[in-house]
Design a protein around this ligand. Structure first.
Ligand code: T3D
Length: 261
């Protein structure tokens, strides 16, 4: 069975992390297949939204630690190699994808698994799910963007508490803290996440890509720089067929039919 399941249905590319016995922990094969799925999402015009979730009871437990169990006396593993070749490119690929990524967190999201969820554009979580910066439990620091996302989403006091104490944060608290978009009943998670992904897949895809660009740039920009960026990106949006259609539909008092162009 493949460690990543991929299916395209009506503009939504569903990607399921599929190592349920390991709580979908990452190994190199899973990284490579996830990379291929996200490249497909970028290249294929038929893909207009992505839905990311995990198989089984967990979302993702980060790095597969069975691959990090070094024998006494053996040389340590240089973690910058996997961070540089797998985790960082993954987070960049997700943030730079010019199409929305909806994440359905179906269970515990721990370590890099937590931060990969936070790197998605709209995060829904099952009420029973939880978020865990597990890193300090094993003597590491948050990676995969954790030290960037946490203070920006939840503020530095909460970011520090999550990173130092490595306590499980229940989904409802994650929602209250502004880490995620929404918590839903477990039984509703996939229906609701898919419905949001389907809505997005029928939307103005180019504008969504530009919205991602603008909002993700804002954390590092001054107001002046952000206003300039908005001007430039709005120019691009204004040249799209979907903008033309949006205005025409408004004037004609009908629903717009966006084509993602
Ligand atoms: O190394 C690098 O390349 C650098 C990058 C690092 C990125 C990272 O993600 S570092 C952080 C790695 N992840 C963790 O430290 C989390 C480890 N897992 C846990 O702490 C717990 O599993 C959870 C708190 C997430 C969930 O606990 P619980 O009690 O619900 O489940 P469990 O019983 O611990 O796990 C179920 C099974 O999944 C279990 O296998 P078993 O005993 O039934 O055969 C467990 O060993 C396995 N599992 C869970 N997490 C991992 C894992 N196996 C390998 N690697 C894991 N990360």
């Amino acid at each position: 069975m493949s460690s990543i399941l991929v299916s395209l249905d009506g503009g939504v590319l569903s990607i399921t992390l599929n190592r349920p016995d390991k709580l979908n922990a990452f190994n190199p094969e899973m990284h490579q297949l996830l990379k291929a799925a996200l490249e497909r999402a970028r290249e294929e015009a038929a893909v207009r939204a992505v839905l990311l979730t995990g198989a089984g009871k967990g979302f993702c437990a980060g790095q597969d630690l069975a691959e990090r169990n070094v024998a006494p006396g053996a040389a340590p593993i240089d973690l910058s190699v996997t961070i540089g070749s797998y985790y960082n490119p993954l987070v960049r690929r997700m943030r730079e994808l010019p199409k929305p990524i909806v994440c359905a967190v179906n269970g515990v999201a721990a370590g890099a698994g937590c931060n990969i969820a936070l790197a998605c554009d709209l995060v829904l979580a099952a009420r029973s799910a939880s978020f865990l910066q597990a890193f300090s439990r094993i003597g590491l620091i948050p990676d995969s963007g954790g030290t960037y996302f946490l203070p920006r989403l939840a503020g530095s006091a909460r970011a520090m508490g999550l990173a130092l104490l490595a306590d499980k944060l229940p989904a409802e608290e994650a929602e209250r803290w502004g880490l995620i978009w929404k918590t839903v009943d477990d039984a509703q998670l996939m229906t609701e996440s898919l419905s949001i992904a389907k809505t997005l897949s029928a939307g103005p895809t180019k504008a969504y890509g530009l919205i991602k660009k603008a909002l993700y740039a804002s954390a590092g920009n001054s107001l002046d720089a952000q206003l300039d960026l908005e001007r430039d990106l709005q120019r691009e949006a204004g040249l799209s067929e979907d903008y033309r259609e949006g205005v025409a539909a408004f004037i004609q008092k009908r629903k717009p039919v966006f084509k993602g162009k």
